[in-house]
Structure formats: structure tokens, C-alpha cells
Design a binder for this molecule. Structure first.
Ligand code: SF4
Ligand code: SF4
Ligand code: SF4
Length: 205
């Protein structure tokens, strides 16, 4: 177990904090990721349990563990709802750093279609989290910094910036949700899709 702890040098500092999660579950009902997939393993409580398992050696670092840890919009709703004040997203970020250093990566981050990219660097300047950079050949995204806000996709004039997994925020999904809402709410006159900080372009249409 001691060896496992040494491998997670970013997550290690959260060892006591991870134990302070009382597994109450107040967080997961607020998580858009959980509502999209319906799997509790995608919810914030499960991410905390996974982080605890990684650190204690009970969960093997794997594509599957990375997939869960990277499936997050950083909307912070889980932190607002947490009964124990656990800084969930900071823990997720450190878990992601360790997983990336082990060669593992998951969805939720943006990429660039290099053939279409004009190297204008607009996205690099627009990213509020300094996740995008130019490495001399093309644009790269740091998966531990990207918070899937979608700003780079919106500002890219060439349509080269993209996100692989929309987690239920693509146009078809939004239309389907609006349609089913209208079917059960006869008096509804307008529907507003609001997000506390995301700028995902499909939401602007
Ligand atoms: S920050 Fe991530 S885990 Fe927490 S509620 Fe938002 S999407 Fe879910
Ligand atoms: S989605 Fe947001 S955080 Fe991620 S690279 Fe684009 S602008 Fe930066
Ligand atoms: S904004 Fe689009 S075209 Fe410009 S550097 Fe970024 S990905 Fe490339």
C-alpha cells in the first residue's frame, strides 16, 4: 500500500480529506453528469470513492478509472451541495494529474483537428484556464487544466477545436429534452438553458 501512495503524488495530500466524505450522497443528485448517464459511478461521490481507492491501492489505475475521473464539467454543483465541505473538483484535478502522468486519459477535454487548424492562436488566448498552447507544430490541450467550458470551440474560426464527448449537451439532446418538457407543460412559453459558467456553443444557438 505504501508504494501505491507514493505513485499518487498529487492525490496524496488529500488522504485525510478523502476520509471526511461521509458518503451522504447530497452531491450526486445535483450532478449533470449523473443525470446524463444515469450511472452512479459517474457521480461525484463515486469519483471521491474512486480517488480514495486509487490512493489506498484498492482501485487499479486504469482507462476505466480515468474515464470516470475525467467525466466532469467542473460546474461545482457537487461542492455547493456537499455536507462535509469536501473540495471535490480540486481532488478530481489532482487525481487527473496523477492518472495523466501514468499515461491514462479520459473524455471531457477538447482536442484540435490539426488539418483544419489555422494556428491563429485565438483559442490559446481565449481559454480562461490556460489549457491550450502551441507546441511549435500544433495546438495541444492540457487535459488536467481543461474544464470543458467550450469557449475554444465557440471562438475557433476554423471549426478545428472540438470536444469528443458532449455529455448530453449536444443539439439533438437539447431538442429532445425541450420537446419532452413541452409535452408535459402545456402552459410553457419559453425554455431557458442556463449554465453557471459554461460557454458551450450548442447552448448559444
Ligand atoms: S463538478 Fe463535476 S462531478 Fe461535480 S456536479 Fe459538476 S459535473 Fe458533477
Ligand atoms: S474547453 Fe474551455 S478550458 Fe478547455 S481548452 Fe477549451 S477554452 Fe480551455
Ligand atoms: S482558434 Fe481554431 S484555428 Fe485558431 S489556433 Fe485554435 S484551433 Fe486552430
Amino acid at each position: 500500500m505504501e508504494n501505491k501512495i507514493k505513485e499518487f503524488k498529487h492525490l496524496e495530500k488529500w488522504q485525510d480529506t478523502l476520509a471526511s466524505c461521509i458518503r451522504c450522497g447530497y452531491c450526486f443528485e445535483h450532478c449533470p453528469m449523473f443525470h446524463h448517464t444515469g450511472w452512479e459511478s459517474d457521480a461525484p461521490r463515486a469519483k471521491i470513492i474512486t480517488a480514495f481507492g486509487l490512493l489506498s491501492g484498492q482501485v487499479e489505475p486504469s482507462e476505466s478509472a480515468a474515464d470516470k475521473m475525467f467525466s466532469c464539467f467542473y460546474c461545482m454543483r457537487c461542492e455547493a451541495a456537499c455536507s462535509s465541505g469536501v473540495p471535490l473538483t480540486e481532488i478530481f484535478t489532482d487525481a487527473k494529474k496523477d492518472l495523466v502522468e501514468m499515461g491514462l486519459k479520459g473524455p471531457g477535454t477538447t482536442s484540435t483537428t490539426q488539418l483544419n487548424c489555422a494556428r491563429c492562436l485565438i483559442c490559446v488566448g481565449a481559454c480562461p484556464h490556460e489549457a491550450r498552447s502551441y507546441d511549435g507544430n500544433g495546438i495541444t490541450t492540457d487535459p488536467t487544466k481543461c474544464k470543458a467550458c467550450g469557449i475554444c470551440i465557440e471562438v475557433c474560426p476554423a471549426g478545428a477545436a472540438k470536444i469528443e464527448h458532449h455529455f448530453g449537451t449536444d443539439r439533438e439532446d437539447l431538442i429532445e429534452r425541450a420537446s419532452s418538457f413541452l409535452k408535459t407543460h402545456d402552459s410553457a412559453k419559453a425554455i431557458v438553458f442556463a449554465c453557471n459558467w459554461s460557454y458551450y456553443p450548442e447552448l448559444q444557438a
